[in-house]
Ligand binder design. Structure first.
Ligand code: ZN
Length: 154
């Protein structure tokens, strides 16, 4: 089964980039440590954390992955390597804000929800069923692919 994660409050940027590569990552910055551990346990998620106090909590002790790096690039590389994640296989298949898997939508359905230029030049659109954000290819995607290639080349 695919590993599901719960990122602690200090790892927002890592959580977002893990969603970019298609990982299922919960991230709720408002939670305190006890709530975070309870939620992760309830949802069967592995806690990603750099917090040495958090990992002393009962359930968390056995169910965390300790993040070493200070920078999100190092952190992402660490997770991708440790869990054997192919960063390009499921790129941009999940909402970066809500973590929901995106669904394909037909062009006509998004015509009035994206800029005309985008509508004319893009063919594939995906929508987040939770927040309604529309995702498409183009420069945003290219930038992320370039960023990931750079990251893995380092
Ligand atoms: Zn969303």
């Amino acid at each position: 089964m695919e590993q599901r994660f719960f990122a602690d409050t200090m790892l927002g940027k890592l959580a977002r980039w893990l969603r970019v590569v298609g990982c299922d990552v919960a991230y709720v910055p408002a939670l305190d440590d006890a709530e975070l551990v309870a939620r992760a346990r309830e949802e069967g998620r592995l806690i990603l954390t750099r917090d040495t106090l958090l990992i002393r909590r009962r359930w968390a002790r056995e169910h965390h992955f300790f993040i070493v790096g200070d920078h999100w690039r190092d952190q992402l590389r660490q997770v991708v390597t440790a869990f054997g994640i192919d960063p390009f296989r499921h790129i941009l298949t999940r909402c970066l804000e809500c973590n929901e898997p995106l669904r394909d939508v037909v062009m006509t359905a998004v015509a009035d929800r994206v800029p005309p230029y985008v509508h004319e030049t893009q063919e594939l659109f995906r929508e987040c069923p939770a927040c309604g954000r529309i995702y498409w290819g183009g420069t945003h995607r290219e930038r992320m692919v370039a960023e990931l290639e750079k990251l893995l080349g380092e």
